[in-house]
Design a protein around this ligand. Sequence first.
Ligand code: ADP
Ligand code: MG
Length: 384
Amino acid sequence: MTPAQEAPPDGAHANAAVYAASALQERVKELTCLYGISQLSERFDGCIEKILQGVAELIPAGWQYPDIARARITIDGCSYSTAGFSPGPQRQAAAIVADGRPRGSVEIVYTELRPERDEGPFLGEERSLLDEVAAKIGLIIERHQGKDERSRLQTQLLHADRLATIGQLAAGVAHELNEPLSGILGFAQLARKHPNVPAHAADDIQKIVNACLHAREVIKRLLLFARQGPRARSRLSLNEIIAGALDLFEHHLKKEAITLVTALDPYLPKIEGDPGQLTQVLVNLVTNAIQAMPQGGTLTIRTAAGAGDVVCVVDDTGVGMGEDVRSRIFDPFFTTKDVDHGTGLGLPVAHGIVAAHGGTIAAESDPGRGTRFTIRLPIEEPGE
Ligand code: ADP
Ligand code: MG
């Protein structure tokens, strides 16, 4: 018996006071819990794991027996729980829903038995609080997903924008450099032919000529990279483009001990595009594949019809690349090769051309085992 129940004549008064005090205490606990959740989601903005772990740890304090209360949040199969959580008979749970889909649950258990109240040992208020916590977690997850999607789109946009800007810059620089370079090359070639040039000077001049030829190649690629949109458009078969590009490498593949496997879908639908540019894409990918297999290997090229697009997969069994490299391969001038072998423009060019055709190009790689490039080109270009 509590003292309040004992004390006439104003027992009713005292009773009400105790009741009000305990209701107030419950309400304070509830608000503390909800306030804590809001604070967590601000403090760890963007790190959903930390938020969920923090929320799980906040929950027990909101319940009647915090010392024996343990909480667990499960989202998409991942759990975040307080230490010592184990499912028991005295359990209260609420489903977590985000974007209209059930995603998991939030649970609370008592590690020791307690007397029956409204729902097992739990109070009616605790049910409302748990439901509210579940709703809040759902909102946090929705917000987090929105952010993820936005930042992905933003990166994509930034990348496209950077490619376009660098393209314009590159075209400007390339045009400016082309003229003096032609002069240097022309005069060096003339000087070398001069009858009275001493042998060592002729060697040096030859080095100038070689350097100019290399620079001219880089400029040619820059101009190609800067070209916006397909120039010539025709109905074409990607299989024919592939066969044409592979012809250029026939000799090379044999020399490098590379086995070529092709599996081209004979019923591949035709697409709209620029045959020269698409050949360039294949050439760039095959060049990289060959360079990635200095000890030989297998180059596999496959085509297949997708839903509304055609798919071309280029596989090699070469050195592959780690995530640090893979994430930068479409950046202009990014190369891991020495100056004679790479300009870092092969893949940005390929990316630019495929994008101008309304398609996508993506790379997957397993370091030490090989790399796969997947190109998708629409059968009908958007807007046509
Ligand atoms: P480059 O070949 O001139 O270096 P690219 O744009 O063609 O420039 O390629 C950029 C980088 O991507 C390469 O330097 C290489 O590190 C990596 N890479 C491209 N293709 C492959 C591949 N098939 N296997 C392994 N690494 C590759
Ligand atoms: Mg390359």
